[in-house]
Design a protein around this ligand. Structure first.
Ligand code: HEC
Length: 165
């Protein structure tokens, strides 16, 4: 046999594995690789806040109610029902809601800054209620939306800083 032919074959066989199609990955592996490429691993530096279990579950239920309220507020604003938005915000998120959320029981467990953000959220919600009432009169929806963004800014600030156990 032609020695060059044999060398060619040997080389071909040696290189074959390199020519194999790119390694196959399961969907899970793909997910993980995509996540790694898109963002650096997220470090979680939120401060732990210790709260008795019964208060913790009460607090998380309040949180879910906050989200539900935000959702309803957006719907009410979108359909021009400003007075209803004002009432809802005041009752469920505003200063009038402090009693409803048992703030006085949970407050003492919160670090000072966290409690300040919480109060800031209730105040922002009451300001939103005023802006929504104004919108009912002068049609200034954008002021009401800005006021609502001030409310959600407090949700974000607290979630960035704290977690409960
Ligand atoms: C003063 C702090 C603070 C404010 C203000 C705040 N949250 Fe939270 N929220 C928390 C903490 C702490 C958790 C628990 C996070 C954890 O332990 O990982 C939480 C959890 C949640 C959860 C998850 C509930 C569950 O069942 O796990 C939702 C939803 C939520 N918040 C919505 C909101 C919305 C919407 C707002 C604003 C209208 C808001 N929160 C304002 C502190 C806050």
């Amino acid at each position: 046999m032609n020695p060059r032919f044999v060398t060619g074959w040997v080389l071909f066989l040696l290189l074959l594995p390199l020519m194999a199609p790119a390694q196959q990955h399961t969907p899970m592996q793909h997910e993980r690789m995509n996540a790694e490429h898109m963002t650096a691993p997220m470090s979680d530096e939120r401060q732990w806040v210790k709260v008795p279990e019964v208060l913790r579950s009460h607090m998380l239920a309040n949180m879910r109610d906050h989200l539900k309220t935000l959702n309803r507020l957006h719907g009410l604003l979108g359909s021009g029902r400003f007075e209803e938005a004002a009432d809802l915000a005041e009752q469920r998120l505003g200063l009038a809601s402090l009693q409803l959320h048992g703030a006085s029981r949970i407050g003492p467990y919160m670090p000072k800054r966290m409690a300040e953000i919480g109060t800031g959220m209730h105040k922002a919600a009451s300001r939103f209620a005023l802006a929504a009432r104004d919108a009912a009169v002068n049609g200034n929806v954008s002021a009401a939306l800005n006021a609502l963004a001030d409310v959600t800014a407090q949700c974000v600030a607290c979630h960035d800083g704290y977690r409960v156990q």
